[in-house]
Design a protein. Structure first.
Length: 174
């Protein structure tokens, strides 16, 4: 009987530790607005879940059947009309630009968005290089940018993703 009780307790602890990892944490939202001459817009949510941030959303007004660079940028400033006031990629750890999820890369390097035949990108992915609401890689108050071209994941310092189509300031949800 002791073995069964121990196994049940160990199993419960394992399940609870997994639940703690996936409990909902702080959430931030970015309301993407088109830059001058663009029609790209959308809504993106960042939700902290343990040491992972789940990024999900929908972006419209993209070139159909194409990929588009997608990055968190340094400054939460979309005032310039062309998105350049947002500065460069968010890079609190000083890493070279690279592919999200593969080796060293900027905290703000996210996967390319893939638009469907109607120019809509719907997505959900996990990021471990950023955080929501606390820590050295907090994205709250930073800018989110959608680019015209795909990120090539090689060119320094920003992946040769072309002009900025949409910009948003990432804001903590209360």
């Amino acid at each position: 009987m002791k073995g069964i009780a121990w196994a049940a307790a160990a199993g419960a602890a394992f399940l609870l530790s997994g639940c703690a990892h996936w409990t909902g944490g702080p959430t931030a939202v970015a309301q993407l607005q088109p830059t001058r001459g663009s029609t790209t817009q959308g809504v993106v949510q960042f939700q902290q879940r343990g040491d992972v941030v789940v990024v999900s959303g929908e972006v419209r007004g993209l070139k159909p059947n194409a990929e588009h660079g997608f990055h968190v940028h340094e400054r939460g400033d979309c005032s310039s009309g062309d998105g350049m006031s947002a500065g460069g990629h968010y890079n609190p750890h000083g890493h070279p630009h690279g592919r999200h999820g593969h080796g060293m890369h900027h905290a703000g390097d996210l996967p390319n968005l893939k638009a469907d035949a109607q120019g809509v990108a719907t997505f959900r992915f996990e990021v471990r290089t950023i955080s929501v609401g606390a820590g050295p890689a907090d994205v709250v108050g930073r800018a989110l940018i959608v680019h015209r071209d795909p990120d090539d994941y090689r060119s320094q310092p920003a992946g040769n993703a072309g002009p900025r189509l949409a910009c948003a300031v990432i804001q903590l949800q209360r």
